[in-house]
Structure formats: C-alpha cells, structure tokens
Design a protein around this ligand. Structure first.
Ligand code: AMP
Length: 121
C-alpha cells in the first residue's frame, strides 16, 4: 500500500490544517491529540512519509530513527510526564487495521498526567 498524501497528519505537516503544537525539530512534529484519552495525550510523528513502524524501520535513515526516538523523550519532558520529571507515561504505536491504526502516517501516542491503567483493554 503506497503512502497516502491526503492523510490528516500529512496535511498537518504541510500546514494545511492546524494542530496544537508541542514541539518540532528536523525529524519530528508533536501535537496534542484532538480526542484525548488521558489527562495528557500527545502524538509524535516523523516528518518523513512513513505509513507505520514497520515501514519506518525498513526505510528510514538512522538519523530519522534516532530523531524519532529522541523526540518522544523530548516531548515527554516538555509535558512534565517523563522520568526526568519524576513521573511516567505510556507510549504506543498502532500498526495497521489489526493494531487499531486509523491514520496511515506513523505516530506514537504519549499518555500520561495520571495513572494510565491496564495496557490492553
Ligand atoms: P490511531 O488510531 O493510532 O491511528 O490514532 C489516531 C489518532 O489521531 C487518534 O487518537 C485521533 O484522536 C487523532 N487525531 C485525528 N485527527 C487529528 C487531528 N486533526 N489533530 C490531532 N489528533 C488527531
């Protein structure tokens, strides 16, 4: 399946629709989820056109991979939910239909600001 340039996160990356931005650098954009499931619910997405984690791991450069992993920790710290802040959070990526992925641009969810509960419901 080719990358769909019309997916909502591609539009956010192009600035065609707004987002509540938390952080941006050369490799990632992070913004608040429009439908938060926890007190803090952020998304971290790579700037490159990757459908999911498998696509990313196969096709992204080492710099992009490191940039995304770093981006998650940077955003968590900015939000005050990281271990640096004495707190904690959950990060997850849904992959394809069986994994519950709705938007076909790789994204990591960050949940925190409270105890996030059981891992899978
Ligand atoms: P997933 O099911 O893993 O693909 O998650 C997609 C997430 O994107 C959901 O949590 C949505 O609430 C969120 N979402 C969809 N549209 C937007 C948007 N325009 N801005 C921020 N978050 C969005």
């Amino acid at each position: 399946m080719p990358y769909d340039d019309q997916n909502i996160f591609a539009k956010i990356l192009r600035g065609e629709i707004p987002c509540k931005k938390i952080y941006e650098d050369d490799f990632v954009l992070s913004f608040h989820d429009i439908n938060p499931q926890k007190k803090v619910h952020a998304l971290v997405i790579p700037k490159g056109k990757y459908i999911n984690l498998d696509d990313f791991n196969k096709n992204a450069s080492k710099d992009e991979i490191v940039g995304l992993i770093n981006g998650i920790s940077i955003v968590a710290e900015k939000l005050g939910i990281s271990s640096e802040n004495g707190n904690g959070y959950r990060t997850l990526a849904n992959i394809n239909e069986d994994g519950g992925q709705e938007v076909p641009h790789l994204h990591f969810h960050l949940f925190g600001g409270e105890k996030v509960g059981k891992m899978v419901s």
